[in-house]
Write a protein that binds this ligand. Structure first.
Ligand code: NAD
Length: 413
């Protein structure tokens, strides 16, 4: 990945701290996670052999409520990535103004090389190792890279066996049959679309006919493309890990989703020509949606970006160096922790429904989501204008002030 994501998170915090004049004591607390849980746990493999797996749970800050954040299963997982993501979760929950702190977890493993029974034993083993540190009122995990609703179901089951009773609010992203929320599947994309709807208003761009490219046609990216296309935007390019496709007159997003499902890639879609991922970023566009990996827009290519809006569906796609260049070139960046907050917001709704024991329709969920995301966008924009900074720093200003206020009220500083 090149750059250290936690260093980038700390750089962003430092920049924001200067802008809002954050007290040094508050800054020092926010620079590091409050607690890191590092576990090694045994798992019986199908062969009969026992292997030891290493997992983490980072509880970054819990001043505003229980920690909240996903669990990643990845062979190249690092504590620094988990720390960075836990920091971003803190800002994400605060900017959305949902009553959570930030957390994140990970297990170093390769789900592609594991059988389903091994995956189940890893999921249960990880929960046994961290069970005393999580709970509906302590820390609430969720799915992330290579973890699924089925994995959440195993984890829930293991946790409930340990505590000896129903506790559906311990984890979100569960299957519907186990207390999941309607709308969770496309919640992130729906939130991205709400922020884009607000950004085009600010810039006076008509969404109908706007040219859009989506880097990363996965869970988040494919729903964003389909939803924007239904609203009249023209999806001119999309890509995945194998490469990209382009059609200046627009690609049929729904057919493309079917094509991707059938062939496992967007390549080979009828009527489109192939382009590279770097060419996609530099196209003549109204809206660019990075929805793949970290560090895609850097000091090297930021100057070549022609899009008017960058909507960061992915976490950490833009480096701090690129931010400066984009701001100078008046590119309107909707920062990741605001842009993709729809996922955690619907996770919050799931937790509320679990605690309440009463469930909402998808329409109710999206109506409530719209209010939260639109309000978060408006407060970030207001702060950005007040301090004459970009939207990332505007969103940071809102989020940090909220976490700082909670810490002060508790008497931590
Ligand atoms: P995903 O695995 O479903 O999709 C990722 C897509 O990116 C895949 O199509 C993959 O082929 C593609 N990709 C990988 N490398 C690429 C490259 N070099 N160039 C172009 N495309 C590439 O994952 P996802 O859940 O859609 O998550 C994508 C991003 O959105 C991540 O940064 C994630 O943290 C963020 N995010 C997702 C959610 C969510 O609810 N899904 C919520 C918040 C943030």
């Amino acid at each position: 990945m090149g750059e250290n994501p936690f260093e980038n998170a700390q750089k962003q915090l430092e920049k924001a701290a200067k802008i809002i004049g954050l007290e040094p004591a508050v800054h020092s607390i926010l620079r590091e996670p409050m607690r890191i849980i590092d576990v090694h746990f045994p798992v019986k493999m199908d062969s009969g052999e026992t292997r030891i797996f290493n997992g983490f749970r980072v509880q970054y800050n819990n001043a505003r409520g229980p920690c909240k954040g996903g669990i990643r299963f990845h062979p190249a997982e690092t504590l620094d990535t988990v720390k960075a993501l836990a920091a971003w979760m803190t800002w994400k929950c605060a900017v959305a103004n949902i009553p959570y702190g930030g957390g994140k977890g990970g297990v170093i493993c390769n789900p592609k090389e594991l059988s389903s029974t091994e995956l189940e034993r890893i999921s249960r083993g990880y929960i046994r190792a961290i069970a005393q540190f999580i709970g509906p009122d302590k820390d609430v995990p969720a799915p992330d890279v290579y973890t699924t609703p089925q994995i959440m179901a195993w984890m829930l089951d293991e946790y409930e066996k340990i505590v000896g009773g129903a506790a559906p609010g311990v984890i979100t992203g569960k299957p519907l049959a186990l207390g999941g929320s309607a709308g969770r599947e496309d919640a992130t994309a729906q939130g991205v679309v709400y922020t884009i709807r607000e950004a085009v208003k600010v810039l006076g761009i008509e969404l109908r006919g706007a040219k859009v490219a989506v880097q990363g046609f996965g869970n988040a990216g494919s729903f964003v493309a389909t939803k924007l296309s239904e609203m009249g935007a023209s999806i001119v390019a999309v890509s995945d890990s194998r490469g990209g496709i382009y059609n200046e007159n627009g690609l049929a997003a729904k057919d493309l989703a079917k094509h991707k499902e059938q062939y496992g890639t967007v390549l080979g879609f009828a009527g489109a020509k192939e382009i590279s991922n770097s060419e996609l970023l530099e196209l003549e566009l109204d809206i660019l949606v990075p929805a793949a990996l970290e560090n895609q827009i850097t000091g090297e290519n930021a100057g070549k970006i022609k899009a008017k809006i960058i909507a960061e569906a992915a976490n950490g796609p833009t480096t701090p160096e690129a931010d400066e260049i984009l701001f100078g070139n008046k590119v309107f960046v909707i920062p990741d922790f605001l842009c993709n907050a729809g996922g955690v917001t619907v996770s919050y709704f799931e937790w509320v429904q679990n605690l309440y024991g009463y469930y909402w329709t998808k329409e109710e969920v999206f109506e409530k989501l719209d209010k939260i995301i639109t309000t978060a966008f408006e407060s970030s924009l207001k702060a950005a204008r007040e301090h004459s900074v970009d939207m990332r720093m505007g969103a940071y200003a809102v989020a940090i002030k909220r976490v700082a206020e909670a810490m002060k009220l508790r008497g931590w500083v």
